[in-house]
Design a protein around this ligand. Structure first.
Ligand code: DX5
Ligand code: ZN
Length: 213
């Protein structure tokens, strides 16, 4: 059984409640929130106030992906806003020990991610303190890009080394490559455009969940 994490980056920001309700009614377990600061990635999206508003309308897991240069500076604001999972990037100005302490203090979960150009073995150093690893299968910054094939070997490496860990994949996942990433060992699947850019996101979520059985 996979965990599906629809990315609201591709939702209609003027109708977030409607879009979140559609995907959670259909069985999506997480809501993936892409936070971008215009420095770590060439795009700007949403901040803690959006997370706090979403927190009021869903009890699903809020999976907050921080694509920001200084995660230590902002992580607490996202935890206060109601994030359940905080994802930080290996490539950012990360002070990992401090983030571990902070997330533990709030009794939430911590995930560490690597970008496509980063060697997956860089994640090994975080294994004792992370609850989840995230493999970026596109260059972070925008929805709707094509899946980078070399991500498959990264997932396989992690699944072999960490059989019980949650392994999340993010970027370019569609119904037609879903089974490939699940077979490789990913169990938390982020999908943005493949869900929200379809006429019936609710139906698409059902197809994703059935497709990964
Ligand atoms: C990209 C974001 C992704 C994005 C995925 O930087 O981290 O979560 O929303 O979008 P799709 O599924 O369209 O590739
Ligand atoms: Zn993301």
């Amino acid at each position: 059984m996979i965990i599906l994490a629809p990315s609201i980056l591709s939702a209609d920001f003027a109708n977030l409640e409607r879009d979140i309700k559609a995907v959670t009614d259909a069985g999506a377990q997480y809501i993936h929130v892409d936070v971008m600061d215009g420095h770590f990635v060439p795009n700007i999206t949403m901040g803690p106030c959006v997370v706090s508003s979403i927190r009021k309308i869903t009890d699903k897991i809020l999976d907050v992906h921080l694509m920001i240069e200084n995660p230590n500076q902002y992580a607490e604001a996202f935890l206060k806003a109601g994030a359940d999972i905080i994802t930080v990037h290996h490539e950012s100005n990360l002070m990992f020990d401090d983030i571990v302490d902070l997330v533990k203090r709030y009794d939430r979960k911590l995930c560490v991610s690597v970008n496509p150009e980063t060697d997956v073995t860089q994640l090994d150093r975080y294994a004792d303190y992370a609850d989840m690893f995230l493999i970026m299968s596109v260059h972070p910054g925008f929805g709707g890009q094509s899946f980078i094939e070399s991500s498959i070997d990264k997932i396989k490496y992690l699944r072999k080394k960490y059989p019980h860990m949650n392994i999340e994949i993010d970027g370019g996942i569609k119904l037609d490559n879903l089974s490939k990433v699940v077979d490789a060992g990913a169990n938390v699947i982020v999908a943005g455009s493949a869900i929200f850019d379809t006429p019936d996101p609710k139906l698409t979520v059902s197809k994703f969940l059935e497709g990964a059985l």
